[in-house]
Each structure stands twice: as structure tokens, then as C-alpha cells.
Design a protein around this ligand. Structure first.
Ligand code: FAD
Length: 320
């Protein structure tokens, strides 16, 4: 039987974030009908992109700016859409936004939830996610009427749908019933621009350049930021760099930090501890810059440079 799948689309300045396309690819199957839920952008502008990945129903969830900022209200609006369109599985990204939103939806409707999935089998209701710092992979059987799945950004290669694309989708507006959108005990008091250094896009970045103890101080992280600008990369850090107060916690990669899957990970002056690897071992390519050829990262990377990162990075930036 054809299954209706809901996909929560994340946008940035009115544009679809690239990481959505891998998630849509994961959800797409012969017997699935894909519904994209757009809450914070004009869905008309996204229609063509969504269609080319096989979305057949583009749902413009109409929320006021105030409502858009409130995760409780967003969760309730999605629940509204689940009921309206008879959705049996909801996919969202395991990003800062998804980590706030998806568990709320699951809790409100008592649905099973798996975060950070990199494989989903909707025929057997199975989802795969890593556990114990990436040492094991758990295959989880979900039972319930609606399944909630948080997908690891960049874990799935985006593949466009074959067959009809342009004009094949329909756009519908959903104005969730206001009486259902009450947010008791949770009110957004203020919103503001995020601190650029907080690097909130780390988990979605295609390229990451990360620094560790070898960067010596917080100021030297600007060398990484400058290089990152040229590479359109995000800046990450080891726990030592965070614990030393050089950079904010949001930049930490690892077991107790962010789990990232960029195409390229450039590790500068970090040794490659088990705990750091737990956060970046699924990177496509790892390049290490380290003064010590015997550092663990050097035997766990694709390319390395045995050199002082503080010298090499400005040179690299210059060349770029
Ligand atoms: C429960 C637990 C959870 C943890 N979670 C995390 C986590 O989420 N993320 C994380 O990162 N760590 C985590 N850690 C800490 C982890 O064990 C390591 O201590 C940490 O990752 C080491 O950081 P580092 O590589 O920057 O420092 P170090 O291990 O000290 O490595 C510094 C490296 O820089 C090199 N170097 C020095 N100077 C230069 C230079 N000028 N140029 C180039 N290279 C240079 C050195 O050769 C060395 O290899 C956790 C630990 C525990 C116990």
C-alpha cells in the first residue's frame, strides 16, 4: 500500500538547505508518496527543487513569524499536518532545529523516535543509528502508527528522482487550527541573530576545518575562520579547545559534541582521540595537519601534512 511520508524541510533565508536533499532521497521509495512540510519560507519558491527530488505534495504550513519561532507551536502544526494528510512517517534533519522539534512531536503523539539515522527501511519499519560513540550500529524496530525519524545531515548522497519533475507536484496550504496551537509554559521572549562564531551550521557543513590544542590559543582560531571563508567551510574544535575557553561549546566535535559527516574534514593540531573520532568518523575524506607523525589522526586519515598548523594554514589561505 502507498505510504504517505512527511518531510520537514529546513530553509535558510528562503532557500532549501542542501542537506534536505539527502533526507528526501532516503525517504523516497516506489511505494511512498512524499509530502514536504515548509514552515518558514514561501513554498512556491522551493517547488521546483522539491519536485526534482520526487516530492509530490508541497505543504505550505502557514504560521505567523511568532509561531514559527516557537518549537512547541511548530510541533503542533506538524501534528496537524500528520492528521490532515494521513502521514505514517515523519522525516526531519538531526540538526539543532530538528533536535528541538522532532522529540517534541514524538512526545506529544507518543510516537517512536530515532535520531541521527543514516538508514531507514519503511517496509520493515527499521532505522539504523550509531551507538556507543560510533562503536556499534543499532538497527531499531519501530512500532507505532506514526514513526518519527531524525536523519543525520550529509549521511546520504542526494539523488534526483527519475521521471516527471517540473510541475509534477502540487502545492497546498495548511492553516493549522489556532486552538490547537497553544504553547503552555513555553514562550519565546526574544530572538536575535546567532553569534557567528557559534558556528551553528557545523553539522550541515560540506567541509569542516577543525582545530585542537595545537592551535595554542583562541586567537589562532581566526586563522581557521579565514581559511574556512575561502573554502565555504565551518570551523570545528576538539574538546581541549572548548574546555580551554578558546571557542564556544557549539563548535565541539566528538562524543560529547556534534556528530558531523562532511565531505572533507581538515583536522589541525588535534591528535585524533577516540572521543573526537566518535564525532567525525563518517567524514568522506580526512586531512590532518600535525607536527607529530605518530599522532593517531595521522594513521586514520586520507592525507596528512607533517607541519606546524600555525604556519601551514595561513599559507593555504593565501593559495586559496
Ligand atoms: C567522556 C569523554 C568525552 C570526551 N568527548 C570529547 C569530544 O566530544 N570531543 C573531543 O575532541 N574530545 C573529547 N574528549 C577528550 C579527548 O579524550 C581528548 O582529550 C581530546 O580530544 C584531545 O584534544 P586535542 O586533540 O585537541 O589535544 P591533544 O590530544 O593534546 O592533541 C594535540 C595535537 O596537536 C599537535 N600539535 C601541537 N602543536 C601543533 C602545531 N603547531 N601544529 C600542528 N599540530 C600541532 C600535537 O602533535 C597533538 O597531536 C572526551 C574525553 C572524555 C573522557
Amino acid at each position: 500500500m502507498m505510504k504517505n511520508i512527511g518531510i520537514i524541510i529546513e530553509t535558510d533565508n528562503g532557500k532549501i538547505k542542501e542537506t534536505n536533499f539527502g533526507m528526501i532521497t532516503l525517504a523516497r521509495d516506489n511505494d511512498t508518496q512524499l509530502f514536504a512540510f515548509v514552515m518558514d519560507a514561501d513554498a512556491r519558491a522551493l517547488k521546483q527543487d522539491l519536485e526534482s527530488f520526487g516530492i509530490t505534495n508541497i505543504i505550505d504550513v502557514l504560521l505567523s513569524p511568532d509561531q514559527q519561532n516557537n518549537p512547541v507551536i511548530r510541533a503542533k502544526a506538524i501534528i496537524n499536518a500528520i492528521k490532515e494528510f494521513n502521514i505514517c512517517a515523519v522525516f526531519g534533519l538531526s540538526t539543532a532545529i530538528g533536535k528541538d522539534l522532532l522529540p517534541r512531536i514524538a512526545a506529544l503523539i507518543e510516537a517512536p523516535l530515532v535520531m541521527d539515522c543514516f538508514h531507514v527501511d519503511l517496509e520493515q519499519n527499521l532505522a539504523k543509528t550509531s551507538q556507543y560513540s560510533g562503536k556499534t550500529i543499532a538497527t531499531i524496530k519501530l512500532t507505532g502508527e506514526v514513526l518519527i525519524l531524525g536523519v543525520r545531515p550529509n549521511a546520504i548522497e542526494p539523488v534526483k528522482a527519475q521521471g516527471p519533475a517540473q510541475g509534477s507536484g502540487q502545492r497546498l496550504e495548511l492553516k493549522p487550527d489556532g486552538t490547537n496551537l497553544v504553547s503552555k509554559g513555553f514562550r519565546v521572549i526574544k530572538t536575535g541573530e546567532a553569534d557567528k562564531n557559534a558556528n551553528i551550521d557545523l553539522v550541515e557543513a560540506d567541509v569542516i576545518i577543525a582545530g585542537g590544542r595545537g592551535m595554542k590559543n583562541g586567537e589562532n582560531f581566526t586563522l581557521l575562520s579565514k581559511c574556512a571563508e575561502k573554502l565555504n567551510a565551518a570551523v570545528g574544535a576538539s574538546r581541549v579547545a572548548v574546555d580551554s575557553g578558546w571557542v564556544p561549546y557549539a563548535m565541539q566535535v566528538g562524543q560529547t559534541g556534534e556528530k558531523v559527516s562532511p565531505r572533507v574534514y581538515i583536522a589541525c593540531g588535534l591528535s585524533g582521540s577516540i572521543q573526537h573520532f566518535a564525532g567525525m568518523k563518517t567524514a568522506g575524506m580526512v586531512i590532518a595537519i600535525n607536527t607529530d607523525e605518530n599522532a593517531a589522526i595521522m594513521s586514520n586519515c586520507d592525507y596528512y601534512v607533517k607541519a606546524d598548523a600555525l604556519e601551514i594554514i595561513p599559507e593555504l589561505t593565501k593559495i586559496l
